[in-house]
Design a protein around this ligand. Structure first.
Ligand SMILES: [Zn+2]
Ligand SMILES: [Zn+2]
Length: 474
């Protein structure tokens, strides 16, 4: 009876998966279409009522304000929005991205309930998770897209193979799209996974249809298109995907004595998890978290997402200083990709690790805190000084005083940088490090001052925490 039931399930399962895939796929695509249409309709409706109304319309419209306010570009942008609306289905990625999560959600629990899975299969699953995940973060992302460091060909090709196993497109597509994302971040027309088009679009929707922002011309990756190995990966990408995800996974499964178990866990489940963990960087990392370095774009720092994304969750820092090989820049921040790159450098397999200097990083952070303080002062100004409590008045005065001091420090810093450039110009190359040594103490002094401004600002904010804004007599 039991055997008969399992056999019956074996026949029904693929049919059910197909049926569910088609139904759910249809629904998912409909949601994606509706979301894009909604943006288009709001844009058109706002335009019809005139440009003055555009600026005061709803929050949804403000997402597209930059697009709408550019009078000359309006026609072009409307055409592009129209192209978004009529984008046809991107069949191969859409099929993979819809079918694999559904198959994993059904097959994995069924397989685990009906089969014994050995420890070796779980170990291979873990290794493949780490290999594919880190190949995307340390390989495609930080090495190829941002050139944040240099790697030995063995490491580079090992990452390339792992990134192919991740099925996230060829290095050309991935890196070209990502460079465009950084260049036009949040732009609903040009950013391929603009968070301004909502969670669904930035997470997965952008790959399901042939949206204009997803058509890459590779002009922004001349350094990569020259690379012979990457050319081969791009040309035979489909074959490479099959060879790694089916060929390699099965071979490893055969070696450890469980082909099917390895295919289900280290193949299918690993693929789906890696996909969505990476996709979170484009969706949730632009929605949930803090913005310690800049609020000029939607990118956020998020520790929880850093855990799932091998350290890529510190996305606010990354968007501000994209060429830094670190995303979690503080020594205590969870960034295994950063640790891996450092470890590779220690054994001579990586070099030229690019970093942003501490003063510049701290400057951005303190500048952002002043911006927040200014926003607070702006709200106090609306209430009027005569209605404010003493604590708020003190806060206001203190921030003005601190800001003047901070500007003096920044001026000093700029002068020191100019001086350093001048000194270096007049020195021979072999004595450049002496100039750096000479200026080291002065840079350290500036850093100390910036840290002091940081402490003072934090103290000012602590003083007004839980304090009433308006005086009782107001
Ligand atoms: Zn981003
Ligand atoms: Zn990036």
């Amino acid at each position: 009876m039991k055997v008969k039931q399992i056999a019956k399930m074996g026949i029904q399962l693929p049919l059910n998966i197909m049926r569910h895939s088609v139904n759910l796929g249809k629904n998912l695509l409909n949601i994606a279409t509706e979301q894009v249409n909604m943006r288009f309709n709001t844009n058109s409706a706002a335009k019809k009522t005139g440009s003055t109304q555009v600026n005061t319309s709803t929050a949804l419209n403000t997402d597209l304000t930059s697009v709408q306010s550019a009078q000359n570009g309006d026609t072009v942008n409307d055409e592009k929005e129209l192209a978004f609306r009529h984008a046809s289905i991107n069949w191969i990625p859409a099929t993979i991205l819809v079918a694999t999560p559904l198959a994993a959600a059904i097959i994995t629990p069924w397989y685990l309930m009906t089969h014994h899975v050995s420890t070796s299969v779980w170990v291979v699953f873990g290794i493949f998770m780490a290999w594919t995940g880190l190949s995307i973060t340390a390989g495609y992302h930080r090495l190829m897209a941002h050139r944040a460091y240099k790697a030995h060909p063995i490491v580079r090709n090992f990452f390339l193979l792992g990134a192919t196993l991740a099925v996230e497109g060829s290095a050309f597509d991935w890196c070209s799209g990502h460079r465009t994302h950084h260049r036009h971040v949040d732009d609903p027309i040009q950013d391929p996974y603009s968070a301004k088009r909502g969670f669904w679009f930035s997470h997965i929707g952008w790959m399901l249809r042939k949206y204009p922002s997803g058509q890459f011309d590779y002009k922004n990756i001349p350094d990569l298109t020259r690379d012979k190995v990457l050319q081969i990966q791009h040309k035979y990408y489909g074959l490479w995907v099959l060879a790694t995800n089916i060929g390699l996974v099965s071979a490893v499964g055969w070696m450890i004595g469980d082909v099917w178990g390895t295919l289900v866990l280290a193949g299918l489940l690993r693929l789906v998890l890696t996909h969505h963990f990476t996709f979170f960087i484009n969706s949730l990392c632009h929605m949930i978290g803090t913005r310690p370095y800049t609020d000029t774009n939607t990118a956020r720092d998020n520790f929880i997402l850093a855990i799932a994304t091998w350290g890529e969750g510190y996305h606010n820092y990354h968007h501000f200083f994209q060429y830094d090989y670190r995303n979690g820049v503080k020594w205590w921040q969870y960034d295994p990709t950063k640790w891996l790159i450092v470890a590779l450098a220690k054994v001579g397999l990586a070099s030229d690790l690019r970093t942003v200097d501490d003063v510049t990083i701290k400057h951005a952070e303190v500048q952002m805190q002043f911006k927040r303080a200014q926003q607070k002062i702006d709200t106090l100004a609306e209430i009027g000084p005569s209605n404010l409590t003493q604590a708020m008045l003190t806060f206001k005065d203190r921030i003005s005083f601190e800001y003047a001091q901070f500007n003096d420090t920044i001026k000093e810093w700029q002068e020191l940088k100019t001086k350093a450039i001048e000194m270096k110009k007049n020195e021979f190359a072999d004595r450049l490090h002496e100039v750096d040594e000479l200026l080291k103490d002065q840079y350290a002094l500036i850093e100390k001052k910036i840290l002091m401004h940081n402490r003072n600002l934090k103290q000012a904010f602590r003083m007004i925490a839980n304090q009433p804004i308006k005086a009782d007599n107001a």
